[in-house]
Design a protein around this ligand. Structure first.
Ligand code: OSB
Ligand code: MG
Length: 384
């Protein structure tokens, strides 16, 4: 066990901002190509944005919940309801001494991590703008650029997968994550390893296997994979521990680490060796830093996951990925890997060294483009 290290979190750099009113907005962006995982295919990203207004400033947060309760129990619909009826009313018009105190007004709400995380992102953006401090500085960033990987969905053929990988490697992506499922796994890993002998490659099963599949999963050990992400059930840790004990390939947990206590349990049980951190899944950026800190103390590397975010959520991911224990390339790809046009005035671009620049401006450090917001908005309601 590594020595305990102080958390890089610097919430003391922020003061509170009174939220005078808020808005919930749903934007829809077509994906450039369908994204298929072991649980389904997505052709659009419909994202819920939380906008908090106060002191003449606006803070914005993106909720990562999907349209269907497949990756997580939360959906865009449940998040909309929880934010409108339960979380925002606790914040609007109330004074608090800190952002944490503001958030504590919703501490009674059980679960609904993605809804909570979206509100937290909006409050951190608002408070960062008011204080003139970047989110990256508040979270404890130690770098100005983050290494990027790319998540490749299940394709109609292996050849289509190889062609895509070639393109992403040529663009500069530093790690290739391949979605897999039973029947689309060993041949995929073997074919990719044969064609790209030195590439950093990993698989993500999104919970598609059971411990009974151990013989298949052990065959993956032959292909020098960086890791196997979330092979077993979304709510399991015990079987993941049994699997990791019999697998050379590191197991990375995604769905199963849905809270700070779950991260503690995963580490205690040796249910894997790596965590994919998504702030939405664990209940916000502040808790994401807590998971980062626990993993750092345990000697587990982490990386920043993605949920096909628009530029708003991407800005938060990139800030988080700049923390010290994010030592592996994340699913923080450039805007043009997902969308024809993002909703920002300046999209995220892949730099020549395979990184994205960490925004340095106040708050999230990015600006939404009003014309793109107008063009993509499907629903808008004012709260308070
Ligand atoms: O399992 O990591 C996942 C997207 C939606 C839901 C779950 C996952 C993903 C991805 C995409 O892998 C990562 C990205 O945003 O590029
Ligand atoms: Mg995953």
């Amino acid at each position: 066990m590594a020595e305990a290290t102080a958390s890089p979190l610097r919430l003391d750099r922020l003061g509170p901002v009174r939220v005078e009113h808020a808005a919930l907005r749903v934007v829809e962006l077509p994906l450039l190509s369908p994204f298929t995982t072991s649980f389904g295919t997505q052709t659009v990203r419909r994202a819920l944005l939380v906008e908090c207004h106060g002191d003449g400033l606006t803070g914005v947060g993106e909720c990562v919940a999907g349209l269907e309760p497949a990756y997580s129990a939360e959906t865009l619909g449940t998040a909309l309801e929880v934010l409108r009826d339960h979380l925002l009313p606790g914040v609007i018009g109330h004074s608090a001494a800190t952002v944490e105190e503001q958030l504590a007004r919703g501490a009674w709400v059980r679960g609904h991590h993605m809804a909570r995380a979206a509100l937290e992102m909006a409050l951190l953006d608002l408070a960062g703008r008011a204080a003139g401090v970047s989110l990256a500085a508040v979270l404890g960033a130690v770098t100005d650029r983050v290494a990027c990987g790319v998540s490749v969905g299940i394709q109609p053929s292996l050849d289509a997968t190889y062609t895509l990988i070639e393109g992403y490697l040529a663009a500069g992506y530093r790690r290739i994550k391949l979605k897999c499922r039973p029947g689309y796994d060993v041949e995929l890993a073997s074919g990719v390893r044969a064609r790209f002998p030195t590439a950093l490659v990993m698989l993500d099963a999104n919970s598609a296997y059971r411990l009974d599949d151990l013989p298949t999963l052990r065959r993956l050990d032959a292909f020098d994979l960086m890791m196997l992400e979330q092979p077993l059930a979304h709510d399991d840790l015990v079987d993941h521990a049994a699997l990791q004990a019999q697998l050379r390939t590191p197991v990375c947990l995604d769905e199963s680490v849905d809270s700070v206590p779950a991260a503690r349990a995963a580490i205690r049980l040796s249910a894997g060796r790596i965590v994919n951190i998504k702030a939405g899944r664990v209940g916000g950026l502040i808790r994401a830093v807590a998971v980062h800190d626990l993993c750092r103390e345990a000697g587990w590397p982490v990386w920043c996951g993605g949920m096909l975010e628009t530029g708003v959520g991407r800005a938060a991911n990139v800030a988080l990925a700049a923390l010290p224990n994010f030592t592996l390339p994340g699913d923080t790809s450039a805007s043009d890997r997902y969308f024809d046009a993002d909703i920002l005035t300046e999209p995220f671009r892949l730099q020549s060294d395979g990184t994205l620049a960490v925004p340095t401006g106040p708050g999230l450090g990015v600006e939404v483009d009003p014309a793109r917001i107008a063009a993509t908005t499907q629903h808008h309601e004012r709260i308070g």
